[in-house]
Design a protein around this ligand. Structure first.
Ligand code: ASP
Length: 609
C-alpha cells in the first residue's frame, strides 16, 4: 500500500508515530511561511502541516486542489486552542517529513471541497469529480450499506439470491422495452427485462420457494423527473404464501433497515389501507400520512341548498368533497387565487373556499368572521356545519371541490400536498410507511380502447371476483399491494395467478386472442400445468429506498452514474451511433429519419468542436 493509514483514521493516540498518507489535496492554506494541507481520502480528512525548514515545503507550496499526493511524517497533537471539534482527526496534525506528488490535477470545473450548487449537466459530465464530494460519498456508501443489510436480512430469512437473464423476452410491466438485436438470429431481438417477473415465477414452479435478487430493471418510458431508464429493485418471491405473509416480511425488512440506519421515526405497525379507502380519504393511492387534511364528503350536507354549482354536480352523479387547512384563514386573497388556479389546472371548474377567522370552535360564528365568495348561498350556520364536518375550527380554511370522483381526488390530493409543503407540515425525520391493498385488477385505457392490468397481468384477482373477470373487468379487485412512504410508492407486488385457466381468462379480458396468448405467454401457461404452487412477491425500489434514508428527493443523488431526463449518459456519451459494420452484423438498417438525425448531430458536434 502507498499509505499506512487512512487520512480520516489518524487520532490523538497516534501522536509521535510515523505515518504515510496518500490522497487528494482538499484545501491548501498559506499562513505566511507555514503551509497547511487538508488531505482527503475515502476515510476522511486530516490536516498536514509543512514548515519552511521541512524537506517537503517547496512541494507543499506548489500543490493545488485535487493533486494526488503522498505524505510521510509524524503525528503531533495540535496546539491547544487550534483543535477542530468538527473533524474526527481534529485533535492532531501530521508534520511533513516528505511530500511526493503522485499526480497533478487540472482545476476542477466545480469545487470538490464545497457543497455548492452545480448545474446538473456539469455534475453528470464530470460524475467522477461529483462523486468525490462529501454528499455523494455519503450517499453511495449508504447505498452499499442498505444493500448489504438487505442481502443479510433476506439470507437470514432463508431466501436465496438467484440471478436471472438480462437478455430475455419482454415482460409486460406496462412500459416500452429496450431491444437488443440478435446477430445469430437475423431479425430477432432480445428485450431487456422490465423486471424479472416471469423468471421469478418460474423459479417458484421450480421449487425454489424463497427467491430474491438485487435486480436491474429497464423501462423505455418517457422520463419523468424521478424515473431512470434503468433502476434497481429488490425483487423477491415466495411460494405457499398469502398476501399478509409478504406484507409482514416487507414490514420487518423496513423496520430493520430503519433501525440500522437510525435517525428516523417509523410506525410500530405499518397501516394497511385499501385502495378505495386511500382514494376516499386522501384522493391518492400513495398518500403522505405525516399530516392530516383528510378529505371529507360533504355531498349530503349540501344537497338541496341554493348553490346550483353544487346541486347540479350532485344531479350529474358527482360529489362535493373538501379538506380543512389548519390555520388557513391567514392565506391571502392572492394565495387563494393561486390555489384555485391549481384546482383548474387539474380539471376543476373552480374551487370554493371558506375562511373562518378568529379563534375557538365554530359554534355561533357570525357572518363577520366568515370570508367566502359563496356567502349569498349559505347561512353562517350552514357554513359552520360544513366546517365542523371537516374538523375545522376558527382560524382554518375549507377548500371544496365539486365533480366526478377522479377529478376531485386529483385536485384535493394536489392541494393537500402543496399546502403541506408550503406550510412545512411534513416531519422530515418521519418515514410514514403504509401498505395500500385491494387495487383494482383492470383499468380502462382510453387511448387504446381496451382494458389493461393495473399492476400486471400475472396478478391474482380476488377469488370472489373470478366470475366477472371477462364480463365486468372494471369491478374486479386484485391481490396487488404497494408499500408507500411519505407520498411515494416504494414497492409494488401481488399474489400471482398459478392456474392456467385463470391466467387465460385474464389474458382474454385484456383482449388477447388464444394465438397471441400462446405466442407471448405460452411458456408461463405451460409451466402452470406442471404443478405451480400458490405464490406471490413484491419488488421494493432500491434507489427510492436509499433516497428516503439519505433524505434525498431525487433518486439520481443515490445512483453512481445516472442518466439525464432524456436517458443520456453525459459522461460516456451513450447512446451513440455505431459503425456501419456493427449494424450490418446485427442485420439492422437505419431508416431515413434516423440517418437524418445522425447527420444533424454530427454537424452540430463539428460546430461545437
Ligand atoms: N414485477 C413487479 C414490478 O416490477 C413487482 C412484483 O409484482 O413483484 O412492478
Amino acid at each position: 500500500m502507498l499509505k499506512s493509514i487512512g487520512c480520516g483514521e489518524v487520532r490523538a493516540e497516534h501522536a509521535g508515530a510515523q505515518v504515510t498518507l496518500a490522497g487528494w489535496v482538499h484545501r491548501r492554506r498559506d499562513h505566511g511561511g507555514l503551509i497547511f494541507l487538508d488531505l482527503r481520502d475515502s476515510t476522511g480528512l486530516v490536516q498536514v502541516v509543512a514548515f519552511p525548514e521541512d524537506a517537503g515545503f517547496a512541494t507543499a507550496e506548489s500543490v493545488r486542489s485535487e493533486y494526488v499526493v503522498q505524505v510521510q511524517g509524524e503525528v503531533a497533537r495540535r496546539k491547544e486552542g487550534t483543535e477542530n471539534a468538527d473533524l474526527p482527526t481534529g485533535e492532531i496534525e501530521v508534520r511533513v517529513a516528505s511530500l511526493r506528488v503522485l499526480n497533478e490535477a487540472e482545476t476542477p470545473p466545480f469545487p470538490v471541497n464545497q457543497d455548492t450548487e452545480v448545474a446538473e449537466s456539469t455534475r453528470l459530465r464530470y460524475r467522477y469529480l461529483d462523486l468525490r464530494r462529501e454528499r455523494m460519498q455519503r450517499n453511495i456508501r449508504l447505498r452499499h450499506r442498505v444493500v448489504h443489510l438487505i442481502r443479510n436480512f433476506m439470507s437470514s430469512r432463508d431466501f436465496i439470491e438467484v440471478e436471472t437473464p438480462v437478455l430475455g423476452l419482454a415482460t409486460p410491466e406496462g412500459a416500452r422495452d429496450y431491444l437488443v438485436p440478435s446477430r445469430v438470429h437475423p431479425g430477432s431481438f432480445y428485450a431487456l427485462p422490465q423486471s424479472p417477473q416471469q423468471w421469478k415465477q418460474l423459479l417458484m414452479v421450480a421449487g425454489v420457494d424463497r427467491y430474491f435478487q438485487i435486480a436491474r430493471c429497464y423501462r423505455d418510458e418517457d422520463l419523468r423527473a424521478d424515473r431512470q431508464p434503468e433502476f434497481t429493485q429488490l425483487d423477491l418471491e415466495m411460494a405457499f404464501v398469502e398476501q399478509e405473509d409478504i406484507l409482514r416480511l416487507t414490514e420487518d425488512l423496513y423496520q430493520h433497515l430503519a433501525a440500522e440506519v437510525g435517525g428516523f421515526t417509523v410506525p410500530a405497525e405499518f397501516p394497511r389501507l385499501t385502495y378505495a379507502e386511500c382514494m376516499e380519504r386522501f384522493g391518492s393511492d400513495k398518500p403522505d400520512l405525516r399530516y392530516g387534511m383528510e378529505i371529507t364528503d360533504l355531498t349530503n350536507d349540501v344537497r338541496g341548498t341554493e348553490f346550483q354549482v353544487f346541486t347540479r354536480v350532485i344531479e350529474d352523479g358527482g360529489r362535493i368533497r373538501a379538506i380543512a387547512v389548519q390555520g388557513g384563514a391567514d392565506i391571502s386573497r392572492r394565495g387563494l387565487d393561486a390555489l384555485t388556479e391549481v384546482a383548474r389546472e387539474n380539471g376543476a371548474s373552480g374551487l370554493v373556499w371558506v375562511q373562518f377567522t378568529g379563534e375557538g370552535p365554530l359554534d355561533g360564528i357570525t357572518a363577520d368572521d366568515i370570508k367566502t365568495p359563496v356567502s349569498r348561498f349559505f347561512s353562517p350556520e350552514d357554513l359552520a356545519g360544513l366546517g365542523a364536518a371537516c374538523g375545522a375550527k376558527r382560524g382554518d380554511l375549507l377548500l371544496i371541490a365539486a365533480g366526478a370522483d377522479a377529478m376531485t381526488s386529483r385536485v384535493l390530493d394536489v392541494l393537500r400536498r402543496q399546502l403541506a409543503e408550503e406550510r412545512g407540515l411534513a416531519d422530515p425525520d418521519t418515514l410514514s410507511f403504509l401498505f395500500v391493498t385491494e387495487f383494482p385488477m383492470f383499468e380502462y385505457d382510453e387511448d387504446h380502447e381496451r382494458w389493461s392490468a393495473v399492476h400486471h397481468l400475472f396478478t391474482s384477482p380476488f377469488t370472489d371476483d373470478l366470475g366477472i373477470v371477462e364480463s365486468d373487468p372494471g369491478a374486479v379487485r386484485s391481490h396487488a399491494y404497494d408499500l408507500v412512504c411519505n407520498g411515494q410508492e416504494v414497492a409494488s407486488g401481488s399474489i400471482r395467478i398459478h392456474s392456467r385457466d385463470v391466467q387465460m381468462s385474464v389474458l382474454r379480458a385484456l383482449g388477447l386472442s388464444m394465438d397471441e396468448a400462446m405466442l407471448k405467454f405460452g411458456h408461463m401457461l405451460e409451466a402452470f400445468t406442471y404443478g405451480a404452487p400458490p405464490h406471490g412477491g413484491i419488488a421494493p425500489g432500491i434507489d427510492r429506498t436509499v433516497a428516503l434514508f439519505a433524505r434525498e428527493r431525487d433518486i439520481r443523488e443515490v445512483i453512481a452514474f445516472p442518466k439525464t431526463k432524456t436517458a443520456s449518459d453525459l459522461l460516456m456519451g451513450a447512446p451513440a451511433a455505431v459503425t456501419a459494420e456493427q449494424l450490418k452484423e446485427v442485420h439492422v438498417d437505419l431508416n431515413a429519419a434516423a440517418r437524418e438525425h445522425l447527420a444533424k448531430q454530427a454537424s452540430e458536434d463539428e460546430v461545437e468542436a
